[in-house]
Ligand binder design. Sequence first.
Ligand SMILES: [Zn+2]
Length: 441
Amino acid sequence: MNRSSIRLAVLFLAALITLPGYAQKSAILAGHLIDTETGTATADQIIITEHNPENGRSEILAIGSDIDIPDDAEIIDLSDQWVMGGLVDAHDHLGITYKEEPESWYYYYTIISDSTPLRAIQSMSTGFQKLASGFTIVRDLGNNGLYADTALRQAIEMGWVPGPTMINSGIIIGAFGGQLYETPEREDTVYPEYLNADTDDEIVKAIRRNIHYGAKVIKVCVDCQAYPYTVEQLKLFVSEAANAGQKVSGHVQTREGARRAIEAGLWSLDHDNALDEELHAMMAEKGIFRAGTETPQADFMRPMSDERWERRVRMLRDAYDQGVPLVFSTDADYYIPGFNRGELTIEFIRTWEAAGIPAADILKVMTWNGYRISETEDSRGPVKVGYAADIIATADNPLEDINALRDVRFVMKDGKVFKKDGVVEPLDFFHNGPVFGWRKR
Ligand SMILES: [Zn+2]
């Protein structure tokens, strides 16, 4: 080796060390490691994680009480904390915020005044806020303009911004009019919030269009108009989505719509108002997820009648008792002064507490059941060797008091620290290159 080639070799080695292409390892010293599926905790565990800046992937390499810590691993001391997999919100809309001013809690104004690019930036912000509260996976189910949800998922997956793993639906598919009430003078204002699909051909096209533009789950408005989809049409949704390996999540607001959705075998039913004991029994039998979006009653929330609140709590309890697969799902897409989006999301544990559901089971719903509805349970969510390195921690034990989740002290997403000692420090997530592959779909 001559002098110049030695110099080149030294430069190359120096570049290897300073380039982001160097694997980042961490060793988390976990005082208590919670298995949220079983509701058990193991004391004094070491978790070795790795983030690969070459492709953005992460992996939990090893877990144990007596394992070697690699020399190049950064030590993260959580020996006084409760460590677990990240939380899942199975129903939100990151690119929209309901508010009193200027739209009286309705979103016509947003649709008209806010461009998709603006809403994409908004959804980055809301995703950021949710991640800060420990939500590492979000099912983002429509009302995001022209695929702001896909844009956010791509940006997160490319490593441009930190955010939760996105299971996004693209545009909500519905019968003529979507979830809105149009005027004949301005027909088609529903687009792009909704894709009208009335015939079988239109249903197939709408599903394929969404999948082509980056949807990872199909969202259908089952019964938003006086002409709900038939069981046969809903079965077409299921089979056409399945043709691309995807599931169908159904907004239901009438009992008959919910019944048809169950009969057609949808993956999940969204919203709780139309569900009752008989439908719960059918859902339990078929293993259909209940994404209830159970808004809590609280003085800072929009007013809700005692009757509605009492029914909501009673029905949640009934679904729990009957063994319906439950998920934590919020629709927390509105502005409440004093709360960021993550803080508002966590307030929904009030409803679960009111239903008298034990803390360990609420935690399981917010994690393990969330991984299942998102279909990540074999790759992301549980803190197990070989899984993606998404890890959160709290100061207190959420198996005893679920309110411990109100103060998530630590968030690791894909092997990178996003929040530590209660402080968000995201700079490590940002880069400006196409390093994880360009044209990601
Ligand atoms: Zn919703």
